[in-house]
Ligand binder design. Structure first.
Ligand code: SF4
Ligand code: SF4
Length: 131
């Protein structure tokens, strides 16, 4: 049986196994398209304190919960730099970014993969060529 620690280790390894693919082939699609859910501290870290002028780009969706829209090609995540995350080591990097595209819920003993992720769609984990 897989223990929670082992499951976490496998998940982290799987995420790490696609890092070259993310940078070299996918060009950080998930940082350029879609909606990023974040709390206030994460929003401040991602925008480096410079909130976008457009209210369409940042919406408050709940108590200390925001949504950052990254749907326009000229407005990807403000922390994206040369296809890499410039706040990778920041403690307030959004939790969802750290987990994407594999979400592990040890309590429910559940693993979910994002169907939007190119590596998931093309089976690129651990350097697989895909089918
Ligand atoms: S969409 Fe998937 S493959 Fe592309 S950068 Fe994001 S995690 Fe990597
Ligand atoms: S914070 Fe970093 S990982 Fe998250 S969307 Fe922005 S550039 Fe991508």
């Amino acid at each position: 049986m897989t223990t929670p620690d082992k499951a976490l280790t496998i998940t982290v390894e799987a995420r790490n196994s696609i890092s070259s693919f993310c940078f070299e082939e996918c060009h950080a699609y998930c940082c350029r398209k879609g909606y990023l859910p974040l709390n206030g501290k994460e929003l401040k870290a991602v925008t480096k304190g410079n909130l976008p002028e457009s209210k369409e780009q940042v919406k408050k969706i709940g108590e200390d919960q925001y949504s950052l829209y990254m749907g326009q090609s000229d407005k990807p995540c403000p922390s994206l730099s040369e296809w890499k995350c410039s706040i990778y080591k920041d403690n307030n990097r959004p939790k969802v970014c750290a987990e994407y595209p594999i979400f592990l819920d040890p309590k429910k003993k559940e693993v979910k993969l994002s169907p939007r992720c190119l590596a998931v769609r093309e089976g690129k984990f651990y350097g697989c060529v895909g089918i």
